[in-house]
Structure formats: C-alpha cells, structure tokens
Design a protein around this ligand. Structure first.
Ligand SMILES: C[S@@+](CC[C@H](N)C(=O)[O-])C[C@H]1O[C@@H](n2cnc3c(N)ncnc32)[C@H](O)[C@@H]1O
Ligand code: SF4
Length: 407
C-alpha cells in the first residue's frame, strides 16, 4: 500500500459523512503489538527487537498496553459513540510476548469503551516459541477465543532460510497446549516458496500441519520484500529467487490437500473447516467494512476514510500522551476508487465481486471480459442469481492478471 496521503487533523476527527455511517456495518478493532525477539529475514512488518527500541516511554512491552488504552480513548472520542465491536484481532509483531494481564486490560478497555458484541471473535497471533502454556491459559482467560500460530514450515532447512528459530516439535506442543487451554478455534500460518524448498518439502509441511487438525490454515506465498535480509541474500546470489511455476504447483498442492482434509478455501490464502471458523476479522477487511487499528503503524478505515499511524512505538506513545492523534497521514477515497477496491478485495474471496461494480468500473468492456474469462475457465458465477462472480481455481492461480482485466 502506498503511504502518501493527506495530513490528518491533530485531534484525529473524521469527516461528518464517515461518522454518520459508523455502526451501520460490522466494526472491528485491530491491535498491533510491534515487538519481536528477533527479526525474521523475510519480514518487513512494523516490528522491533528490544535492542532496536531502547527504553523510551511506549517503546517497550511493559508500556504498550497503557498507550493502547489511550488510543482506545481517542477512538471513542473521535467516533463519538459506543459502537459494539464485532471482532478484535491482536497482530504483530508478536502478541504472545505481551503479559496476558496487559492483554486482559486492553480487552476489558475495549468492552468498557465500546462494548463487545455477544459471540465476538477475539483473535490473537502467536509465535510457537513464546506461546507457553501460561501465556495460552492467560490469553484464553483474558477473552481471546481464536489463536493463529506462526508455523511457517515443518522442514528445518526451510525454517533456517526463513531465519525462524523453532525448536523441533515446538508447534505440536503449542497446539496441544492451546487445545488444553480451551482454544476451540485454532489456525496455522504456513509460508510456501521459500528458496531451497522443494514440492516434497512443502508436502511434508502440509502433512505436519494437517496432523495437528487445525480449524483453519493460512498459506502465504513468500513475498520477497525489498530491504529485507532475504532480499539481500537473493540479490547476492546466495539463495535462489522465487520460481513462479513452483509457487503455482505449491498453491495447487495446498488447495488439493487442504480441501481433501475438509478445509475449504474462502480467500486466496485462507482455508477453514466450516464457515463459523472463517476469520471474521479478516472478512471485515475484504468486505470493505470499518475498523480501527490501534498501535504503531496500524491502519484504520471508516467509510472511505483510511489512515495509518506513525510507525515508531515511542512517537506513537508520545503523541497519545500529548492527547493528539497518532495518525501519520490519511486518504479520503472517492467512489470510483472504493469501487475498484471492492472489486479487487471481492475477487480474493469466495463471496466474489459484484458484476454491477465491474460494469461501473470498466463500462462496455465488462460484458466481453466477463464472458471471455468465464469461457476460459478463470471466472464463474458465485451465486444462483449470478449477481457476483468468483475466481475458479485456475483463476486463483492468475488472480492478479484476471483482476487487472476487470478493473
Ligand atoms: C505477524 S506474523 C504471525 C505471528 C508471529 N510474529 C510469527 O511470525 O510467528 C504474521 C504472518 O505473516 C506471514 N508473513 C510475514 N512476512 C511474510 C512474507 N514476506 N511473505 C509471506 N508471508 C509473510 C507469516 O506467515 C506470519 O506468520
Ligand atoms: S514473521 Fe513474525 S516473528 Fe518474524 S519478524 Fe515478522 S512479525 Fe516477528
């Protein structure tokens, strides 16, 4: 996403039309926990290690929760009303480094300021290394009811290229401990296409993941992010770059294996045992709903107004301590831009994109493109009324190219 927007008002206030719509659609809260023990060589998320941070206020694990509560105060002030929250997602970074008591304080803070809808999904990401039995029990007691564990791979040489420090068997132990702590909704994150990973390595990772009987799997194609250690190693020729044909074969293998195990795809990189365990919070992003992102670098969206916070934890905390918004910049999207985003996001999902949106976006070309893509087997009606179209598996393999033809 490009980070070039307009200035935000110091108090973070939103335009009246956006405010008027708040509460008419699902509303989620994302909490960004920007701390990791070490940085994995492929990752460019907003996250910092202790040595990078020092001891500035708000820049440490211990002070994160108070600054997060201050941002929740600001959110409540800006929105002007207690909008019941339909989902909460703790992401990072590494939320499993947080003291569960702090996690509990922040979740209670959301309930006090906004109210949590009955049955709201409260997800947390966790790194298998820090998801100890104590942390898992504490998080569950604090109200977390969905867990997403960063497994990535079961093959030691693949984990080594990813710079992941996992003790062998750690993921299986974390899964057993999570079940024992009462997590009925458990997801595993996998990455495929790591340099040196073969199709049989990927098969072994899928075997290992499926043996743990997850309710949900996210399988991501490795993205070589500019500026990461991995990108530098590829540039120096130390490890090979991505191989598109192998990536496509790995995607097909994942889809076959996960579907055969009873996990159905519902988004390009997401498979779930049934619709109740699809990530409700992520679906909110894909459905262009509203959410407030709390934390350094977190993104928010309310009815076409999108903003993102300053990245450094200390700057974020200092702004909040001064009673100001931590937003760096924002964009107010016009209707044609929102329509394009609805098409792009809709096409990522099983729900699909509206034919009407596609017709409005590309005009006369729409009928011809839709018919051609359906005839070529890339696209199919998503529902009985044919009001929406979705990618077939062939289409999912070429999602970017298909989307370009429809936007
Ligand atoms: C914030 S992490 C999950 C929690 C924890 N930090 C961990 O890594 O175990 C979110 C997920 O993003 C995925 N991810 C991060 N960088 C990626 C990249 N460059 N390409 C593909 N997936 C990536 C990984 O699968 C990771 O599990
Ligand atoms: S992948 Fe997870 S553990 Fe690794 S640096 Fe990124 S956020 Fe931290």
């Amino acid at each position: 996403m490009q980070h070039q927007g307009d200035a935000t008002p110091a108090d973070g206030r939103l335009p009246a039309p956006a405010l008027a719509a708040v509460g008419s659609r699902p509303f989620g809260i994302y909490l960004h926990v920007p701390f990791c023990v070490t940085r994995c060589g492929y990752c460019d998320f907003t996250t910092y290690t202790a040595t990078e941070l020092g001891t500035d206020p708000g820049a440490t694990l211990d002070t994160w929760a108070d600054a997060a509560l201050a941002e929740l105060d600001l959110a409540r002030r800006v929105l002007g009303t207690a909008v019941p929250v339909t989902s909460v997602f703790l992401g990072g970074g590494t939320p499993s480094l947080l003291d569960p008591r702090d996690l509990g304080r922040v979740l209670a803070g959301i309930a006090e300021r906004f109210g949590l809808e009955a049955g709201a999904e409260v997800s947390s990401e966790a790194n298998p290394e820090s998801a100890t039995p104590e942390w898992l029990a504490g998080a569950r007691a604090a109200g977390v009811n969905r867990l997403s564990l960063g497994m990535q791979s079961a093959r030691p040489h693949v984990l080594a290229v990813l710079d992941r420090v996992h003790t062998p068997g750690r993921v299986a132990t974390a899964v057993a401990d999570a079940r024992a702590a009462g997590f009925a909704n458990l997801s595993l994150d996998l990455i495929y296409g790591t340099p040196s990973e073969s199709l049989s390595d990927w098969d072994a990772s899928l075997d290992a993941a499926l043996a743990l009987r997850p309710d949900h799997v996210s399988a991501y194609a490795l993205i070589v992010e500019p500026g990461t250690r991995l990108a530098a190693r590829i540039a120096r020729g130390e490890v090979p770059g991505p191989d598109d044909d192998l990536m496509a074969a790995m995607y097909e293998r994942a889809d076959d294996r996960l579907e055969a195990a009873g996990l159905g795809w519902y988004e390009l990189s997401s498979w779930a045992r049934d619709e109740h365990v699809r990530s409700r919070h992520n679906q909110l992003y894909w459905a262009d709903a509203d959410w407030w992102g709390v934390g350094p670098g977190a993104h928010s969206h309310v009815r076409g107004v999108r903003w993102w916070n300053v990245k450094h934890p200390a700057t974020w905390a200092q702004r909040l301590a001064a009673g100001a918004s931590p937003a760096a910049e924002r964009e107010v999207l016009d209707e044609p831009t929102r329509r394009l985003e609805r098409i792009m996001l809709g096409l990522r999902t099983r729900v699909g994109a509206e034919r009407g949106d596609i017709e409005a976006a590309i005009g006369e070309r729409a009928a011809e493109e839709l018919a051609a893509l359906e005839a070529q087997g890339f696209l199919a009606p998503a529902d009985a009324s044919s009001g929406r179209v979705r990618l077939t598996r062939r289409g999912r393999l070429l999602a970017t190219a298909v989307t370009l033809r429809l936007t």
